[in-house]
Design a protein around this ligand. Structure first.
Ligand SMILES: Nc1ncnc2c1ncn2[C@@H]1O[C@H](COP(=O)(O)OP(=O)(O)OP(=O)(O)O)[C@@H](O)[C@H]1O
Ligand SMILES: [Mg+2]
Length: 304
């Protein structure tokens, strides 16, 4: 009897796996900006067109990659961030799976331009996961990833994209969240050449809140901080009279990662809690939020 089971071709398997990472333009932006932050960027520029369907471009001034690393970065499970399972405990970077770049590259037309030193650089062109060309390129230290025609080869996913304004809003939300975690890094976001977000490096977290949501809004917030043993929380709370019911600006971060839980909803609706996480692979620790690390395996407990 012939077998009913067959191993999927690598390209199909990659596309399925990509579905886990890349749901919509905002997920591409999140992954690429996280990579930029992990690379120690001091400035991250994001540009999108047509809500990210036509174009997403993320540029950074981080540590860049050599030609060999850039080629490897597009392979699944290729990462510079962990070496063994033991490294998973206390991982200090956003990424560690080695999934994001190959996933994005498998469902789009991508250009990856990078230089580790501002002298030598390269440009890789990848279409639907296949490397089409690798050539020398001159650029400053850092990396630019350009993603065109997202989901061009997965029409079912493309069909599920929402209206341009909805996708754009999701991208703004993704960049806003990451900009909140790293006030020390400059962020810009433009959509169809319109600047939607321009946040220069901020000396204090409240200045980042002001750059993202206006000084008038920032002035309504109350700073709060508490430390007990190895645990420390810091952030801002809204006065009840000024709190909006929808809570779109309510966020909790634990070690620099967004934390959300239905159990925590009543709490998060009035709090903005930044992290104490060392957010950069290069060990940069100047985000402005307190950086004392939580010890042990403590989990954030819900408020009384
Ligand atoms: N902007 C960048 N600057 C420098 N190196 C980068 C950049 N983006 C990716 N890399 C390198 O490419 C590797 C692969 O990136 P990718 O996002 O696919 O995986 P990851 O960040 O390690 O893990 P994850 O899949 O969880 O994001 C990274 O580990 C990093 O070494
Ligand atoms: Mg990554």
């Amino acid at each position: 009897m012939t077998s009913k089971i067959a191993v999927l071709p690598a390209q199909v398997a990659d596309q399925i796996a990509a579905g886990e990472v890349v749901e919509r333009p905002a997920s591409v932006v999140k992954e690429l900006v996280e990579n930029a932050l992990d690379a120690g960027a001091r400035a991250v520029r994001v540009a999108i067109e047509d809500g990210g369907r036509t174009l997403i471009r993320v540029s950074d001034d981080g540590e860049g990659m050599s030609r060999a690393d850039a080629e490897l970065a597009l392979s699944r499970h290729a990462t510079s961030k962990i070496r063994s399972a033991a490294d998973l405990i206390g991982v200090a970077t956003f990424g560690f799976r080695g999934e994001a770049l190959p996933a994005i590259a498998s469902v789009a037309r991508c250009d990856l331009e990078t230089s580790p030193d501002g002298r030598t650089g390269c440009r890789l062109r990848v279409v639907g996961g296949k490397v089409e060309s690798v050539e020398d390129a001159v650029r400053q230290r850092g990396t630019t990833v350009t993603v065109r025609a997202l989901f061009f080869n997965t029409p079912a996913r493309r069909k599920f994209l929402r209206a341009q304004a909805t996708e754009t809003r999701a991208v703004v939300d993704a960049v806003t969240l990451l900009a909140l975690t790293r006030p020390d890094v400059a962020f810009t976001l433009s959509s169809d050449d319109r600047v939607l977000l321009d946040a220069p490096p901020a000396a204090a977290p409240i200045d980042r809140v002001a750059a993202l949501w206006s000084r008038a809004f920032a002035d309504t917030l109350l700073p709060m901080a508490h430390r007990e043993g190895p645990l420390q929380v810091a952030g801002f709370a809204q006065r009840p009279a000024q709190a909006k019911p929808a809570g779109r600006k309510a966020h909790v971060f634990v070690h620099g990662r967004r934390f959300s839980s239905s159990r925590a909803t009543p709490w998060t609706s009035t709090c903005t809690l930044p992290s104490s996480r060392s957010a950069s692979a290069t060990g940069s620790s100047s985000s402005g939020w307190s950086r004392r690390r939580c010890g042990g395996r403590s989990r954030p407990s819900p408020p009384p």
